[in-house]
Design a protein around this ligand. Structure first.
Ligand code: URA
Ligand code: ZN
Length: 407
């Protein structure tokens, strides 16, 4: 990853007290969107060629439909009514840049949207990943070559997780040579068994060695039964899977990593959690308390190895959070949790603005400002209050510093 600052995960960010060097105080804050997705045309074709989730259904008349969430594939509906319509905002760079202009976003770190490459056959996964990552990098390079400092693009790449481990590791190392790649986006299933899978060890090591930022993003949600079954879900569309399933999926994935000692063995991992960490900031105290009261753990006289670092230490060292939470109460919890350990870092140094574009568009007029974006901006303004510097960091300063982007 070109120009990558080798900021070790277990050190306080050395530039935290000088985070304003790249943006002089007094000028308008630079807004960086680190949570924004695209489906490159090659990926759209791949989905269109499929008939099982994830797939795109192209009816003979009418808009194509994207069926990617398990709950989208409702067999009681004909395919042209399943999922949601896919329009050009899902793959067009012009649409991405227009959206950025409308919202005053100068730089976007774009990632493939869910479910990434999780479903690919093992034999072709590595080739497909290289192709898609190269395409994404080339698109960003050609945009940046135009020299418009208010319309820059960088990317989080995707890994071929169904490929043999050595091919996954090779792709992690190859990404270092792509100048616009600033990390990877990762789902919660890992190699299929979750992120506490011991078979991920070599992959974690490669991600640590390269100090790659891992953008952890949900896709699979929770089983329908958690919400009362498919009938309940059918009554409220995407609300339960997206509002609760997604953030709980992220929370569970990170809690499992923590409990399995992944952050003890790989103490230099760098992870950016989607949707402000799901519910992790809110539940961190309860997780830590349950660990300290668990009789099964060696530290408490049992025979099972529990985590040795605290959840607060991990939050203040290995984890960054996006600010895609749509409300001040949640963002406040995220900032508090991120800064709760004495690392010499304020929690507000670990939060980064994002939009989740092209998801959550206005349902009618799409050309103006998006309410989903404005509610995230309002939450940042609410948390920052009179502290302009806090808003400046969350809006873009942190992303530039942590991802090592110079503009
Ligand atoms: N819906 C999705 O499928 N993905 C997102 O990132 C957001 C909403
Ligand atoms: Zn997203």
């Amino acid at each position: 990853m070109g120009h990558h600052h080798k900021i070790s995960a277990d050190q306080p960010d050395p530039s935290s007290s000088t985070a304003t060097t790249s943006q002089s105080s007094g000028s308008a804050p630079i807004t960086v969107d680190i949570h924004t997705h695209t489906y490159p045309p090659s990926y759209i074709s791949l989905l269109t060629s499929r008939t099982k989730v994830p797939y795109i259904h192209q009816p003979s008349d009418g808009d194509p439909r994207l069926i990617i969430l398990p709950s989208d594939d409702d067999p009681s509906k004909p395919p042209h009514l399943r999922g949601r319509p896919v329009d050009k905002s899902y793959s067009s760079w012009d649409e991405k840049l227009k959206f950025m202009r409308t919202h005053g976003i100068s730089l976007s770190v774009v990632s493939l949207a869910n479910p990434w490459l999780d479903f690919l056959p093992s034999e072709t996964a590595a080739d497909t990943a290289r192709q898609i990552n190269d395409d994404l990098n080339a698109a960003c390079e050609s945009q940046n070559a135009k020299g418009d400092k208010h319309a820059q693009l960088y990317a989080f790449a995707s890994l071929p997780l169904s490929a043999p481990t050595e091919q996954i590791v090779a792709e992690i190392r190859r990404l270092e040579s792509l100048s616009c790649v600033k990390g990877i986006i990762l789902g919660t299933t890992g190699l299929g068994a979750g992120l506490d899978d011991p078979f991920l060890a070599e992959i974690w090591t490669a991600l640590e060695d390269t100090q790659t930022m891992i953008f952890l993003h949900p896709h699979y949600g929770l089983p329908d039964a958690a919400f009362g079954g498919p009938e309940v879900i059918a009554r409220s569309g995407h609300v339960l899977p997206l509002a609760l399933g997604f953030p709980l999926e992220t929370t569970i994935a990170v809690a499992r990593m923590f409990l399995a000692g992944v952050f003890d063995r790989h103490s230099r991992l760098r992870m950016l959690l989607a949707h402000s960490g799901g519910t992790l900031p809110f539940l961190a105290g309860r997780i830590q308390s349950c660990v300290e009261h668990e009789r099964e753990f060696v530290a408490n006289g049992g025979d099972k190895q529990g985590p040795t670092r605290t959840v607060w230490d991990v939050l203040g060292t290995n984890i960054w959070l996006d600010a895609v939470i749509y409300g001040k109460a949640g963002l406040k919890a995220a900032v508090e949790a991120a800064g709760a350990v004495g690392q010499g870092i304020e929690g507000s140094e670990r939060l980064m603005f994002g939009t989740d574009h092209p998801f959550f568009p206005p349902l009618k007029e799409k050309d103006g400002r998006w309410a989903s974006v404005d509610s995230n901006l309002a939450a940042i303004a609410g948390v920052a209050g009179a502290e302009e510097e806090v808003a400046r960091k969350i809006l873009g300063g942190n992303a530039l510093r942590v991802l090592g982007i110079e503009i």
